[in-house]
Write a protein that binds this ligand. Sequence first.
Ligand code: COA
Length: 181
Amino acid sequence: MDSPSPLRENIDAALQRDPAARTRLEVFLTSPGVHALAWHRVAHWLWRWEWLLLARIVSSLARFITGIEIHPGAVIGSRVVIDHGMGVVIGETAVVGDDCLIYHGVTLGGNEQVSREKVSGRRHPVLGKGVLVGAGATILGPVTIGDGAKVAAMSVVLTDVPAGALAVGIPAKVKGSAKAK
Ligand SMILES: CC(C)(COP(=O)(O)OP(=O)(O)OC[C@H]1O[C@@H](n2cnc3c(N)ncnc32)[C@H](O)[C@@H]1OP(=O)(O)O)[C@@H](O)C(=O)NCCC(=O)NCCS
């Protein structure tokens, strides 16, 4: 059997995870997250072929249209959902695993100090599979958020979060395990 297209997967994932979404057509026409991810696939393809300026132009256009800024270098997995989306920023070396759920206002950013010193090639966070990042949360630097972890809304994460953990607060601390939903 043919596997569904990435667009179809994003639409179905949004339908599944956003209780306000009603039909595939509605999601296709109105979801800024689905639109931003579709634009990102184009920008990332251009980036990989070293059409760097064109890639940046495509991602800037996508930000203008959707309010979601994804650097063309960022690696985004399958079935990711960006809900609402406005104000999301995903940096150049960030990685977002399959099945992550990201709400509006989330930053996967560089940490000023680390970025300037260029300690390693990676300056941005890595989200494992099935990570939830609540609205307004900020994750800074080359940290890793383990599979199935949750970052509570408005938290600021500066260190690694283990798989399945719940990270809460500023700076975020692990507060037990994330409840499976
Ligand atoms: C973190 C979250 C996923 C809940 O996960 P959970 O595993 O169900 O955890 P609980 O709700 O049982 O909360 C666990 C503890 O963290 C606290 N907590 C949860 N979210 C918090 C937040 N954003 N800030 C501070 N504390 C928070 C709870 O009060 C609770 O504290 P307690 O143990 O002292 O009672 C949820 O609170 C959250 O932030 N979701 C994001 C959703 C979102 O952004 N929606 C936007 C829709 S428009």
